[in-house]
Structure formats: structure tokens, C-alpha cells
Design a protein around this ligand. Structure first.
Ligand code: B16
Ligand code: MG
Length: 215
């Protein structure tokens, strides 16, 4: 049986990808590195320093570790300004209903977001108290596609991987779930998320009975 649902945040419960895009493209622009929405797609689920490295590599820019940290901080301050205005209306349609169904069935709700700003976003969305466990991205040594962050949440619930379902919108994140040997739900396009056991266009289209039947 399935006893935990472990959600990704950005792109699954809300659309912060747009804000990451705005903040990274402003920084790339300053560095005179071209950056478009396809680049942003590559950065989904990738942590902050990994994302900066992607941009620097694209522009053939070489910087010291200290310079990189300064730029990452700058992007983050800009991103935090953008998410500061988020509110419960930014929660994707269907999330409230799905969480209510999970609680009714005594299924644990966990969060496995690579974002160090996840707690702030959950608070702005008004759902921080809905989670039984939220992984701390700052304490995760190996980012997605490594399985560590999803396994951390399963361990907090004292559950084996095959009693958990991971829900992701990014390729790196889905790889993380598959490597953790959990059941997987993709949110997005089946052609992109072909590794997932089942794919829905969005949370609103979630079929809980179908997912529970996976185990
Ligand atoms: P931060 P997720 C990820 O969140 C985003 O998809 C990714 O674009 C971002 O770079 C990463 O968080 C780190 O975010 O700079 O706020 O720590 O999709 O894993 O919920
Ligand atoms: Mg995501």
C-alpha cells in the first residue's frame, strides 16, 4: 500500500519557474550571456549553484568561488523580491482538494523541493501547516537527479521506498524518484516525463485511485 505522497514544489504545486526565469535572465543579461526559456527548462529542479554554473558555462565565463557566491546571492535576493508578493491564489488548482483526500486516507504528505526558499513559498501559499515533513534543501548533500532528497523524506516517515509516491515536473526530479525506487507521477508532458509510472497535465487532473493502485 502507499503511505506517503512526496511532492516537488516548483512546477507541481505552484509556478515559481517564471520567477526563477526572470531572476536568472536578469543576471545572465548582466553577464552578457544569452538566456532563454529553453535554458530555463534545463534549470528546473537544478539547485542554485548548479544553475549558475550552467549559465557561466554557456557564456564561457570563468569566476572565482567567491565571485560565484556573490552572483548567486544577487539572483536569490531578486528572486525573493519576486516571490514576496505570492499569495494563496498562486496555489495550483486541485491542490487543496488532493491534500484533503490524502489526509482523509491517513496518507503522509511530504515535500522534496531543491529550493532553499521552499518554506517561504509554502507560507505565502498558505499551505505550510499541511505537510507532515518538509525536507531542508540546505541539508541535502547531493541534489536531484540523486535520490537523496526523496529518501530523506521517506526516512522521516519510517517508510520503505515502495510505500511512497514522488510527484515531479522536472526530468532531473523524476530521475531522483526513479533512483530512489519509489512510484512516480509526472506533472507535464508524457513525452518529456516518459520515466514516470503515470503522467498528468496538472494537479487538477490527478486521479488518486489510479495512483493508489500502483502499489
Ligand atoms: P533556490 P523544486 C527548484 O525547486 C527549482 O525547480 C529550480 O529551478 C531552482 O533553481 C532550485 O529549486 C533552487 O532554488 O535558489 O530557491 O534554492 O522544483 O525542486 O521545488
Ligand atoms: Mg519542480
Amino acid at each position: 500500500a502507499i503511505n506517503a505522497f512526496i511532492f516537488d514544489l516548483d512546477g507541481v504545486l505552484t509556478d515559481t519557474a517564471e520567477y526563477h526565469y526572470l531572476a536568472w535572465s536578469a543576471l545572465a543579461n548582466e553577464l552578457a550571456v544569452p538566456f532563454d526559456r529553453d535554458d530555463n527548462e534545463q534549470l528546473k529542479g537544478v539547485d542554485r549553484m548548479g544553475s549558475l554554473d550552467y549559465i557561466l558555462k554557456k557564456g564561457n565565463v570563468n569566476l572565482t568561488e567567491q565571485q560565484k557566491l556573490t552572483l548567486a546571492d544577487k539572483k536569490n535576493l531578486h528572486y525573493q523580491q519576486l516571490i514576496n508578493d505570492m499569495s494563496p491564489k498562486d496555489l495550483f488548482e486541485g491542490v487543496t482538494e488532493l491534500f484533503a483526500q490524502l489526509k482523509q486516507q491517513n496518507i503522509n504528505i511530504g515535500l522534496a523541493s531543491a529550493s532553499k526558499n521552499a518554506q517561504m513559498v509554502l507560507e505565502r501559499l498558505g499551505i505550510a501547516d499541511q505537510f507532515d515533513y518538509v525536507a531542508d534543501a540546505a541539508k541535502v548533500a547531493q541534489g536531484k537527479p540523486h535520490p537523496e532528497i526523496f529518501l530523506t523524506v521517506a526516512e522521516a516517515f519510517f517508510l520503505p521506498a515502495d510505500q511512497c509516491v514522488g510527484i515531479e515536473d522536472s526530468i532531473a526530479g523524476l530521475q531522483s524518484i526513479v533512483s530512489a525506487k519509489m512510484h512516480s507521477v509526472g506533472i507535464g508532458q508524457p513525452e518529456v516525463l516518459y520515466q514516470a509510472d503515470v503522467v498528468y497535465a496538472d494537479i487538477k487532473s490527478f486521479n488518486l485511485q489510479q495512483v493508489l493502485a500502483l502499489a
